[in-house]
Ligand binder design. Structure first.
Ligand code: WT7
Length: 654
């Protein structure tokens, strides 16, 4: 999949990391108080009062926040709840997220401020002021129009972490097209499925990207996916790595050729959209079947991402913000691109691996660019922690003020290392719980709050989060239950693309009588109202913070001609949080062997992407099933963990 490039003399990252200096064990009751320097200057100084107000007058709270943004025309209604659970926000308003993310900054001193600082893995640097970003976005918007892109059509974007990815998203939004970004680490099947579901006519991609000193062959994957996707008429490819790739005449264009043509004018009017018009689709894994395309809109999403970003990360005008996620996930959509750009923040982006060429790469960039806030995942933190403390010690990290974590529960050991070694005991950690579906932070500390390592603290303003049992009753403090959200919020996904019934069924059915949103996570609330997220309660596995469905992994396995049936489960893993373990029944006449196991693992990796490569693959003769033929994954899981398998009254092995 990759061919090495770069300087052969560059020494490799050590294969065996140093033994980390294990931090002291934390007790669940440990509390960290924020320094007064942070509390004194905080954007929000009193959580309780504002929270109470946001619950008492939800619409008033959000109207006030919405007034901070620009609108072409104001709303007539803040919240329209007449077609539950299809809530609408700021109805009647005219806007476009680009009006707030770019256009309005051009009339202020932000015009000359850096919007993006981007560093490529080989060390190349590109920066864009808001003025320059507007010109680039407008050029791409005009090219898309020339290619026939229309309001409402879904454009698929499959790129590495290069500025063109964010520029493409903004260009689609600017002309009213809906973007569907497919994570650049996904492979052929995942990309093809998403293109087909969206019926995209246009694909924006790149020849490849740099990762750990090698280049990935994105265009080859795109070519294979396009061969399975008849809807594609146009493919525009950014030249990033210079890798040879097949270009089909009439379909394939080089980005730089088009941008050099007169059609690529740097001036383009921003389309006036309804607040409720779709802005993007983002696919995420669920319990069953194919990934679902969650739909987010221009209006409510703009207000929600900007407000949560400003309040939770206490954004100041001269901050340099680094969300080290991939733009291909919701974290990147909401907090690399939209929220920060609406707030006029300078964002940092980096293309490659955190430990390339050495494990100090991130710390070096934080020092070099003066990053004030770092937002990343527990997996990344654990991955860097295993290289010990010496790598960050080489750098002056005094510019850091706040830290963030997202994607999975952060274990106290990683929390403490992040807090003490990276934040030097000075930087509060915002452990933000949210989902692709929620659009933005739902449960999170504020920088003024005492922190408990491993707890995402309290619900954001207006968010009525609760932990309940199956009948909807609050469980007692400290007890585990299901996490629900009892009232709508502006950043919520509006539906599943092409399948509104599945939207209702997945999120709104279990607590249909009460009208609550089911998050799919289990959690606890302690005596002081702090939330502790435990993990998914459905057939979703969080691997290194990435969300994968057991059904997708299983269908990748059974797509192999030698496999008859397959089951996938997640088991705890020290670095990744969870790892994928699979069980395979071979077709009649096939013989199990270690070679075949590795062929099948590679097959999953090839079909879905390297993140989905199973940790283990066990050949079995039968799988535990219910009488109706559903695989009982909980039985496989309990057996693998040596635990009690629970009620087996419906079990059959076949
Ligand atoms: C699932 C959503 C939202 C950005 C990235 C993930 C888990 C997310 C936390 C956290 C514990 C967390 C949950 C959630 N999760 N943040 N701070 N603590 N768990 O988005 O891919 O839609 O996954 O990620 O299980 O349901 P996503």
């Amino acid at each position: 999949m990759s061919n090495p490039v770069g300087d052969p003399k560059t020494p490799k990252t050590p294969e065996t990391p140093e033994t980390p200096e294990t931090p002291k064990k934390l007790r669940r009751t440990d509390v960290f108080h924020p320094p007064s320097s942070i509390v004194d200057q905080a954007n929000v100084k009193d959580y309780e009062t504002l929270y109470a107000r946001s619950i008492a007058d939800r619409e008033g709270f959000w109207a006030e926040e919405a007034q901070r943004l620009s609108w072409y025309e104001p709303w007539t209604k803040v919240l329209d709840a007449s077609h539950r659970p299809f809530f609408k926000w700021f109805t009647g308003a005219k806007t476009n997220i680009v009006l707030n993310a770019i256009d309005r900054h051009l009339k202020t001193p932000n015009r000359n401020k850096l919007a993006i600082i981007w560093e490529g893995e080989p060390g190349d640097l590109r920066t864009f002021s808001y003025h320059a970003l507007n010109r680039e976005v407008s050029k791409v918007a005009n090219v898309l129009k020339a290619m026939g892109a229309r309001r409402g059509e879904i454009v698929t974007i499959y790129m590495p972490q290069i500025p063109e990815l964010v520029i493409s998203m903004l260009a689609c939004a600017k002309i009213g097209a809906v973007h569907s970004v497919v994570y650049g680490g996904f492979s052929v099947e995942a990309l093809a499925d998403r293109i087909q579901d969206a019926k995209s006519r246009i694909l924006l991609t790149a020849d490849g990207g740099f990762r750990r000193g090698a280049s990935t062959s994105l265009k080859e994957i795109a070519n294979a996916a396009m061969a399975r996707s008849p809807s594609i008429e146009v493919c525009i490819t950014v030249r990033r790595t210079g890798t040879e790739c097949f270009m089909e005449s009439d379909r394939d264009f080089w980005w730089h050729d088009l941008m050099a043509m007169p059609i690529a004018s740097p001036r383009c009017e921003t389309e006036v959209m309804d607040a409720e018009d779709p802005l993007f689709i983002l696919y995420t894994s669920g319990t069953t079947g194919k990934p679902k395309g969650l739909v987010h809109t221009h209006g409510g999403y703009s207000v929600y991402t900007a407000t949560t970003h400003r309040m939770v990360f206490d954004i100041k005008p001269d901050d340099r913000w680094w969300c080290a996620a991939d733009p291909g996930w919701i974290t990147g959509h909401s907090y690399i691109a939209y929220g920060p750009l609406i707030n006029g923040t300078t964002i940092m982006m980096y293309e490659g691996a955190p430990n390339h060429p050495y494990p100090n790469r991130w710390w070096q960039m934080i020092e070099k660019y003066g990053v004030n806030i770092l937002y990343t995942s527990p997996t990344a933190i654990r991955g860097l922690m295993r290289f010990g403390n010496s790598w960050s010690a080489k750098h002056d990290l005094s510019c850091l003020r706040l830290l963030g974590s997202v994607g999975e529960p952060i274990n106290p050991e990683a929390w403490r290392w992040y807090h003490e070694v990276i934040g030097q005991g000075r930087c509060p950690i915002m452990d933000t719980w949210w989902q692709t579906e929620t659009g933005g932070f739902m449960i999170s500390p504020l920088p003024i709050m005492p922190l408990r390592p491993g707890s995402a603290a309290k619900p954001f303003f207006s968010i009525e989060a609760a932990v309940v049992d199956d009948s909807g009753r609050d469980v007692a403090p400290g007890e585990e239950g299901k996490l629900v959200i009892k009232a709508p919020w502006p950043g919520m996904a509006r539906t599943i693309h092409g399948d509104p019934d599945r939207y209702v069924e997945t999120y709104w059915k279990d607590y249909g009588a009460q009208g609550w949103y089911k998050a799919g996570d289990s959690a606890r609330i302690d005596e002081d109202g702090y939330f502790w997220i435990i993990g998914r309660i459905d057939d979703v596995i969080k691997v290194s913070g990435y969300r994968l469905g057991t059904a997708e992994i299983e269908s990748a396995l059974v797509s192999h001609p030698r496999v008859a049936e397959a089951a996938a489960i997640g088991l705890p893993h020290e670095l990744k949080g969870n790892a994928i373990h699979t069980f395979v029944i071979l077709r009649h006449g096939e013989e199990p062997s270690p070679e075949l196991a590795s062929v099948l693992k590679d097959h999953v990796s090839h079909e879905m992407g390297p993140i989905a490569r199973p940790e283990s693959l066990t050949f079995v003769d039968a799988l535990p099933k219910t009488r109706s033929g559903k695989i009982m994954r909980r039985v496989l899981k309990a057996r693998a963990l040596g635990q009690d398998t629970g009620d087996l009254s419906t079990l059959e092995e076949s």
